[in-house]
Design a protein around this ligand. Structure first.
Ligand code: SAH
Length: 373
């Protein structure tokens, strides 16, 4: 008998399950029962699926599993941003951040619990301001590892997540297949049930994948990590801009807007001496107006090993006012909670370094980056 790899049920749609159950000569209605146990009742073992025969439970447990993550550490408390460090089954770590309603990252005082999930272990895009890329790229998360972040946090916090942002570790659009599969489960009313309009994919600007996601049938939202409003400035801090310069990125966004009805968001981290000029602010305002995008200004959050810092509050205000002058909706958030969320990636870096999984938190080449370079 050949040994088959086990599959996690958290990445399976009812249709996937119906197909898989045919092997066992089981009727389709069994799939419905199983899906209920998995997503509604959230059982963690097969014997808990009490309306299935012990024989079927045993067959299922040979072929499938239900959990692969463990909560390794939690930082923060009930009414602040809470960071969950989750251990994957290969011993790696990812971070997931729960942002309470009062610190809603879209700047609105909504009553939503937002979860910031990771899509990869590490990141290959090497943005110069970001902790996630410091140790390089390890691997894509599977769809079930993405879904399980939500399940683990809901269990641990007792809160229902109703807003999801792919702003944790990794570049979601570089893991397109698994991310869209996860979104299907996260959105499904048989699954986790988060409305598509409350799921935001954040990207460093992979133009071809933006076109692809535009054709994906769910009405998810898109946030662009812009951080530079001209090729010259953006290229300095985001190497991806050399591959997909702003003209190509904006062309992809033009197409996106023909397909999706919600506003785009431009994320713009303010870094002193890098992108905090009046000229950048004008260009940002123009681009946002042209794309009918909202702008989130994020004062740079210090990353251990990187020398950059945020501009003064006066300068931050100047940039906000210039952008607002273009008739654009702009938010500038200085809340501590958001800083923690934005710095997703730092906790995992510390943990993996302490455990010796990563040799040095900051590779030599990254230590030399400074505001002047
Ligand atoms: N790769 C995707 C998803 C990662 S989220 C993307 O680039 O969009 C990236 C976001 O994390 C950035 O847009 C920014 O909002 C935030 N971020 C990363 N490093 C930060 C830092 N040092 N200070 C503040 N925000 C940071």
């Amino acid at each position: 008998m050949t040994v088959r790899e086990q599959t996690c049920l958290l990445s399976m749609t009812p249709d996937d399950l119906i197909a898989a159950l045919e092997e066992f000569n089981e009727k389709p209605y069994r799939a419905k029962q199983i899906v209920e146990w998995v997503f509604r009742k959230r059982v963690e073992t097969f014997p808990e699926m009490t309306n299935l025969s012990p024989a079927l439970q045993a067959k299922l447990s040979e072929r499938f599993y239900l959990r692969s993550l463990t909560v390794a550490r939690v930082e923060g408390s009930e009414d602040t941003t809470r960071k969950f460090l989750l251990k994957l089954k290969d011993g790696r770590f990812v971070e997931t951040v729960l942002i309470p309603a009062s610190l809603s990252p879209d700047g609105e005082r909504s009553a939503r619990q937002t979860l910031c999930v990771s899509s990869q272990v590490g990141c290959a895009y090497d943005c110069k301001f970001c902790a996630s890329g410091l140790a390089g790229f390890t691997r894509n998360l599977t769809a079930d590892e993405i879904v399980e972040q939500v399940i683990q946090v809901e269990k641990h916090s007792g809160k229902r997540v109703d807003n999801l942002v792919f702003m944790g570790m990794g570049e979601p659009l570089a893991n397109y297949t698994n991310v869209t599969k996860a979104i299907t489960v996260l959105n499904g009313d048989w699954g986790i049930g988060i409305g598509a309009r409350h799921i935001t994919v954040s990207t460093s600007g992979l133009a071809p994948q933006i076109l692809k996601l535009a054709d994906f049938p769910l009405q998810v939202r898109l946030a662009i990590s812009l951080h530079g409003a001209s090729d010259e400035v953006r290229e300095k801090i985001m190497p991806v801009n050399r591959k997909y310069p702003l003209a190509e990125l904006f062309a992809a966004l033009d197409y996106w807007r023909t397909k999706k009805k919600q506003h785009l968001t431009f994320e713009f981290i303010l870094i002193e001496g890098i992108n905090d000029t009046e000229d950048q602010a004008h260009r940002l305002g123009q681009a946002a107006r042209a794309q009918d995008a909202k702008v989130n200004l994020i004062p740079y959050n210090t990353v251990e090993g990187l020398e950059w810092k945020r501009p003064s509050e006066r300068r931050q205000d100047m940039i906000r006012d210039v952008v607002a002058g273009y008739g654009v909706t702009v938010t500038l958030r200085r809340e501590k909670g958001h800083d923690i969320a934005a710095a997703c990636g730092q906790l995992r870096l510390k943990e993996e370094t302490a455990l010796g999984i990563i040799e040095s938190p900051v590779p030599e080449k990254r230590r030399t980056i400074s505001a002047g370079v």
